[in-house]
Design a protein around this ligand. Structure first.
Ligand code: UDP
Ligand code: MN
Length: 295
């Protein structure tokens, strides 16, 4: 069995993956240069992860924003499929952020699972909605969500679950490999290259996707504070990073290496087509319909 050093250190004492078997997937990278595991299908035992999480009596938070047309278009399917696949058997608290709490669909929830709705202001530009997520998240982490949940995953709403997404995805800090970019050469990765931006990166480790990130409440508060500072600084200089909050998230994970990475199987775009290494996608992106949603 191959060894990924971080998987044995206190940083990953909240690992939940069970003993990892990186050798089960020799065709892909299963460990980063700093020793964090990259979780691919077959490298972990979902039953062990499940048992460990149940023993710890965890509550896992899942935050999602559904503002404007994203609410009607995506939220119901996101929540329904989360009930089928997300942290089944654990205590879960969903936090839905929206400007229209009354329009949130009433999805039947399994035992030990709750849904809370938090009201947020509607921003004029979609770029601002995306960035406002960071602000609202900070408020929630400092309040009820932070008290209720031990770990939190933060997700885009324009996707749905298609396979088991369990406690193996949890760790002190968790980053998602971007489905479109995980095979790209370093120099082409879409980091913010303008040196004036707080998100500027001359190089990085991987390109991470802001549609899924997570960690402990404390780690997420640090992440959020970092991104908010960067966004404010850029705005004061009349700058906006290339991929908005995602650019700042990438900068954060360059400076503070994530304890665990999720393979692109955990957030896959069907538009990419079939790939041998993508065995069982767990979340699937909805097709982009920007013309409709962002007008
Ligand atoms: N979002 C929203 N309403 C909007 C724009 C964005 O609720 O008008 C939220 C929603 O959760 C969405 C996320 O912000 O999934 C990120 O935006 P989007 O998915 O459009 O960005 P992309 O995935 O294309 O980077
Ligand atoms: Mn999205």
């Amino acid at each position: 069995m191959g060894v990924c050093p971080l998987a044995r250190t206190p940083l990953l004492r909240d690992n939940f993956s069970g003993p990892l078997d990186p050798g089960a997937r020799p065709e892909v990278l299963t460990c980063t240069s700093w020793g964090a595991p990259i979780i691919w299908d077959g490298t972990f035992d979902p039953d062990v992860a499940q048992q460990e999480a149940v023993q710890r009596n965890l509550t896992v938070g899942l935050t999602v924003f559904a503002v404007g047309r994203y609410l009607e278009k995506y939220l119901e399917r996101f929540l329904e499929t989360a009930e089928q696949h997300f942290m089944v058997g654990q205590r879960v608290v969903y936090y839905v952020f929206t400007e229209r709490p009354a329009a949130v669909p009433r999805v039947p929830l399994g035992p030990g699972r709750r849904l809370r709705v938090e009201r947020v202001a509607r921003e004029r530009r979609w770029q601002d909605v995306s960035m406002a997520r960071m602000r609202a998240l900070q408020a929630a982490l400092g309040g009820r969500l932070g008290r209720e949940a031990r770990f939190v995953l933060c997700m885009d709403v324009d996707q749905h679950f298609s396979g088991a997404f369990g406690p193996e995805a949890l760790a002190e800090s968790v980053a998602q490999l971007h489905a479109w970019h995980y095979r790209w050469p370093q120099r082409r990765l879409p980091f913010e290259r303008d040196a004036r931006s707080a998100a500027a990166l001359a190089r990085g480790d991987f390109y991470y996707h802001a549609a899924v990130f997570g960690g402990s409440v404390a780690a997420l508060r640090r992440l959020r504070a970092h991104c908010a500072r960067g966004l404010r600084r850029d705005r004061a200089r009349g700058l906006e990073a290339r991929w908005h909050d995602e650019s700042h998230l990438n900068k954060f994970f360059w400076l503070h290496k994530p304890a665990k990475l999720l393979s692109p199987e955990f957030c896959w775009s069907p538009e990419i087509g079939r790939r041998a290494e993508i065995r069982r996608p767990r979340l699937l992106w909805a097709p982009k319909e920007y013309a409709l949603l962002r007008s």
